[in-house]
Design a protein around this ligand. Structure first.
Ligand code: FES
Ligand code: FES
Length: 182
């Protein structure tokens, strides 16, 4: 899908080599450091997609309504289309590309097992919103899952609900395998 008009050109991604007192914004995205020297009111979504080519995060509405652009900022689900670059300086941004660790995130595994996606467009955002939920609530019920406000035009909500519950089970069994907490 094509994006709407943009307020600034994205900067090029550069490794963090300059001192903290320069004018560039220090960013940390999926465990890597960057410096941003463009318009700091530009939406994070443009930087992720157009500069870093992290295209798993989708553009849907551009007004915070659909959730296709959901990423984690310091572990909290946020709409990247409404988040200016200056709001993420020195914060930890995670996109769908950075969600897995040594193995798939339990949500990713559950999504595959249950074959949740139809067209797939909303799904990265759904998973990121669910990641925030599971972090706060390792055993969410239907009502709690229903509070996720991300939209799915294909109506995959029943499978999303099942997959989040399945992910909770996977996280629990991994934790018991490793002798720790989920
Ligand atoms: S594109 Fe960000 S909420 Fe729709
Ligand atoms: S799977 Fe198509 S919009 Fe959700």
């Amino acid at each position: 899908m094509q994006t709407t008009s943009r307020t600034a050109k994205p900067s090029t991604a550069a490794p963090a080599t300059k001192a903290d007192d320069d004018k560039t914004l220090p960013l940390r995205i999926n465990g890597r450091d960057y410096r941003f020297d463009g318009d700091d009111t530009m939406p994070l979504l443009w930087y992720l997609r157009d500069t870093l080519r992290l295209t798993g995060t989708k553009f849907g509405c551009g007004i915070g309504a659909c959730g296709a652009c959901t990423v984690l900022i310091d572990g909290k689900a946020q709409r990247a289309c409404l988040t200016p670059m200056k709001a993420v300086a020195k914060r930890e941004v995670t996109t769908i590309e950075g969600l897995a660790g040594a193995e798939l995130h339990p949500l990713q595994q559950a999504w595959i097992e249950i074959d949740v996606a139809q067209c797939g467009y909303c799904q990265a955002g759904q998973i990121m919103a669910a990641a925030d939920l599971l972090k706060r609530n390792p055993n969410p019920n239907d009502e709690e899952i229903g509070k996720i406000s991300n939209l799915c035009r294909c109506g995959t909500y029943p499978r999303i609900r099942r997959a989040i519950k399945r992910a909770a089970e996977i996280a629990k069994s991994r934790a018991s395998r490793e002798g720790g907490k989920p």
